[in-house]
Design a protein around this ligand. Structure first.
Ligand code: NDP
Ligand code: 8X3
Length: 253
């Protein structure tokens, strides 16, 4: 029993930790779902598991033409997307900027920023025409608190935060809401992807502590999405209780 039930929710990166948790949470409410990702078998497994109407879209979010084509030709019953959860994203590498691979930088910007803005752009006109909608972006604490080795990932999430706020300014009066959900450390495949399959490095990120779970993050997304339509959550920043801020670093000679 929630104040507002989003009828049709699109989730990008639905094959990953957060995306699957979001899908399960909205499916339990009875929302119809459009699930977007690259790994077809994972999309299909999720569709088969969920007891709600699901349409799957296999695409690379870095491919702007594919977004326009796929989002512009959704089956009629899945076309009126009410809530878009822009979740597809990744970090690659944690070496200092000067040692990073420029290809990794390009992938992060293309996925986390360009993919997110073009997915949003493709669905906004429909939301505005219907007088209701909600763009929920998955930012990060990395967008507010920089850390060594974070460089382009941190910057890509700062972009997401500022884009979300600026979007709100443009959408005032349209009935379309915008929320940036900014989680801290959460155990998913995120670190495995960041360290390119190095399970030892990835495991160390979560060792001997209690990170957030994908279900915790789903709680924040679900809360913002199910508030009454007059209520806009601009930003939600969440962290595990075990995580906090570091001091400014000082180099001494
Ligand atoms: P996962 O690695 O588990 O999931 C990432 C998802 O992004 C996958 O579904 C993947 O799908 C999708 N994705 C990546 N690249 C592309 C692409 N080019 N096209 C389409 N989909 C793509 O990580 P999380 O679930 O943890 O991450 C989800 C989001 O949350 C990301 O934006 C991440 O930056 C953010 N985040 C994560 C935190 C954490 O600590 N885990 C904390 C704060 C934010 P597929 O490979 O099938 O295409
Ligand atoms: C993911 C959280 O701290 O690993 O966005 O950058 S962090």
């Amino acid at each position: 029993n929630v104040p507002h039930k989003p009828e049709l929710v699109m989730i990008t990166g639905a094959t990953g930790g957060f995306g699957s948790a979001f899908a399960r949470r909205f499916a339990a409410l009875g929302s119809k779902l459009v699930l977007v990702g690259r790994r077809t078998e994972k999309l299909n497994a999720l569709r088969d598991e969920l007891k709600t109407e699901v349409h799957t879209v296999e695409l690379d979010i870095r491919d702007r033409k594919a977004i326009d084509q796929a989002f512009g030709s959704l089956p009629t019953e899945f076309a009126a997307v009410e809530t878009l959860v822009n979740n597809a994203g990744l970090a690659l590498g944690a070496d200092p900027a000067q040692k990073s691979d420029p290809d990794d930088w390009e992938t992060m910007i293309d996925t986390n920023d360009k993919g997110l803005v073009f997915a949003t752009r493709a669905l906004l006109p429909g939301m505005i025409e219907r007088g209701r909608g909600h763009v929920i972006n998955i930012g990060s604490t990395a967008g507010s608190y920089p850390y060594p080795g974070g460089h382009v990932y941190c910057a890509s999430k700062a972009f997401v935060k500022q884009f979300s706020l600026a979007l709100r300014a443009d959408l005032q009066g349209t009935g379309v809401r915008v929320t940036n959900v900014e989680p801290g450390m959460c155990e998913t495949d995120f670190s495995l992807v960041r360290f390119k399959g190095d399970t030892e490095k990835a495991g160390k990120v979560y060792a001997n502590t209690t990170p957030l779970t994908a279900d915790d993050v789903a709680e924040a997304v679900f809360w913002a999405a199910t508030l009454p339509p007059h209520f806009n959550v601009n930003r939600v920043e969440i962290m595990p209780t075990t995580q906090a801020f570091g001091p400014l670093a000082i180099h001494r000679s």
